[in-house]
Write a protein that binds this ligand. Structure first.
Ligand code: GDP
Length: 139
């Protein structure tokens, strides 16, 4: 089933000029980038985006990291896009990520792990509307 997911290319990747390399892995996996914008997140935006992790010990570090440099927010479209992108990203900790995944190829640590991808269709919809309007998405 064709669906959409929300992706972020995180500061560790934009800082190392890896946007194009990450996008190549995404496109080679059969996912289409149907919206994309480079932004510098505000602290309020990052805190809202990660509010489900607010009680976790790494929350402050995570927010500081996400606002430390520009990010690229994206909407990806494809067959089973949510699950497919989670596969393409690889495990949260790059040490455990499978060969060929974005995190195995590029991530620096469990925190600075190059990409975000929604973990469910419900969260994908909630995340997309935080950064895009319908008019921004051209499928
Ligand atoms: P994801 O769905 O694979 O991104 O993983 P989670 O939802 O568990 O965590 C969200 C994000 O929080 C991860 O992608 C990391 O950037 C960050 N994170 C997770 N665990 C840790 C940790 O132990 N330390 C730090 N600094 N960041 C973490």
């Amino acid at each position: 089933m064709t669906e959409r997911t929300f992706s972020i290319i995180k500061p560790d990747a934009t800082r190392r000029n890896l946007t194009g390399k990450v996008n190549a892995v995404i496109e080679d996996a059969g996912l289409r980038i149907v919206a994309q914008r480079r932004i510098h997140m505000s602290r309020a935006q990052a805190e809202k985006f990660y509010e489900v992790h607010a009680e976790r010990p790494f929350f402050g570090e995570l927010v500081d990291f996400m606002i430390s440099a520009p990010v690229v927010v994206q909407v990806l479209e494809g067959d089973n896009a949510v699950a497919r992108y989670r596969e393409v990203m690889g495990a949260t900790n790059p040490a455990q990520a499978a060969d060929g995944t974005i995190r195995k190829l590029f991530a620096e640590s469990v925190g600075e792990n190059s990409v975000h991808g929604s973990d469910s269709q419900e969260n994908a919809a909630l995340e997309i509307v935080q950064f895009f309007t319908d008019a921004d998405i051209v499928g």
